[in-house]
Write a protein that binds this ligand. Sequence first.
Ligand SMILES: *Cc1c(COP(=O)(O)O)cnc(C)c1O
Length: 498
Amino acid sequence: MTLIFEKSIKDRRGVSLPQSDVPVKAIVPTALRRKTTAQFPEVSELDVVRHFTKLSQKNFSVDTQFYPLGSCTMKYNPRFTEKVAALSGFAELHPLLPQLRHGERFTQGALELLYGLEQLLCEITGMKNFTMQPLAGAHGELTGIMMIAAYHKAKGNKKKYIIVPDTAHGTNPATAIIAGYETVSIPTGPQGVMDLERLKKALTPEVAGMMLTCPDTLGIFNSDIDKIAQMVHDVDGLMYYDGANLNAILGRCRPGDIGFDVIHLNTHKTFTTPHGGGGPGAGPVGVSEKLVKYLPISRVVKNSDGQFVLNYAYPDSIGYVASFYGNFGLLVRAYAYILLLGKEGLIETSNHAVLNANYIMQSLKKFYHLPYPRTCMHECVLSAVHQAQRGVHAIDIAKYLIDQDVHPPTVYFPLTVKEAMMIEPTETESKQTIDEFIKLMIEVNRVSIENPEQFKDLPRRMPISRPDEVKAARDLNTNFFGRALDGPSAQNKTAVHS
Ligand SMILES: *Cc1c(COP(=O)(O)O)cnc(C)c1O
């Protein structure tokens, strides 16, 4: 695949517009203006269309392949929600349109949607209020921990630590540290859940709070959760629920009822908004009563006359965490999805997510080691330790699946399981697709017995086989394709992925 810069032919154009006869009013200060013209590739419109269409065909995507990537939840993005988000009243709305006075006709619908989504998410999670601003799960975490910090600061609490279990998603400890805390890691006990004795020892008055994923990244629901919340509250710590993935508990239990004070949701995991290619995400954050006054501004409120307005008058707010109102287009999709399914539909969603994961776990446990043999939630964690004894590691299994047009499960996570393979089929896959996957995994095991050597040079069908991933991250080489590039892209270091 050539780069679009390599297709550049001097003076070739996509569209030629006549010279503008409108005087250009300079609003960018001279010092900030570029001195030379931007060096874009010079290509025709057809070159561009073909280039990007071909690139898109090289993608693994939910639209083309089974994608059981545990924790990341690659579920199908329904076309219905795409259609709603494309309605011109949403898609063409400018964020600077005045909210009231002469502009009210334009923004009332958008504000009502933000308000309505907040109500729905409060109902689903049992929280008091939500902000829609954060742009991803990790960003939501930071927003939540900043509110926890504001709470302690206002009370004069001297707090230093955030507790995270050893199965936590990597963003949890990273968030706590960026927010200025130190982390204390609590190990997982033999049942696959947090060791309560160790927790007791760690709970000093300096604990600001705990970040918990439940069901955790082993796919296990922690039935001590209310006890844990009580213990943390007893030292005036706050409970943070990592709700990136709510697929197992949607409509069944509410973190707010269990004692959580903050939660973030990933609309791009639970509420079917797209998240391919590092694209925009949305991580709405909900809070309990204790933290409402710290929520980011602006907030959408409903006046007594039924008008929706943006309110900035919250003196204790932590301020903005993103420009305007978050990734609005994704919020539209999430809202449409929730309304489309309704309460019963959401419950069905979690039923199927959990059933599908358990079906895979039960079908494969004869062939792969199952480190925690209990009913799982929306994802199951298997281990390739048996296969590894034959020299076939989780990474080799992943490469085998790629060649068979199946996206590999998440591998080597959670970190507490050797040769981990974390499988999340999601609720949208049919029994036929899941059966094909099970058959394929059984075949992988058979090949690992009969011909372990065969894995070494997989994948064979992909444009790139096995890049040295550590080197690719540490020592980026933009001349990866062996060709020097002209133009600005040569300075733009790009990561090379398989
Ligand atoms: C995906 C995920 C996150 C991070 O969400 P991003 O949108 O990728 O920042 C945090 N916690 C858990 C459990 C996740 O699965």
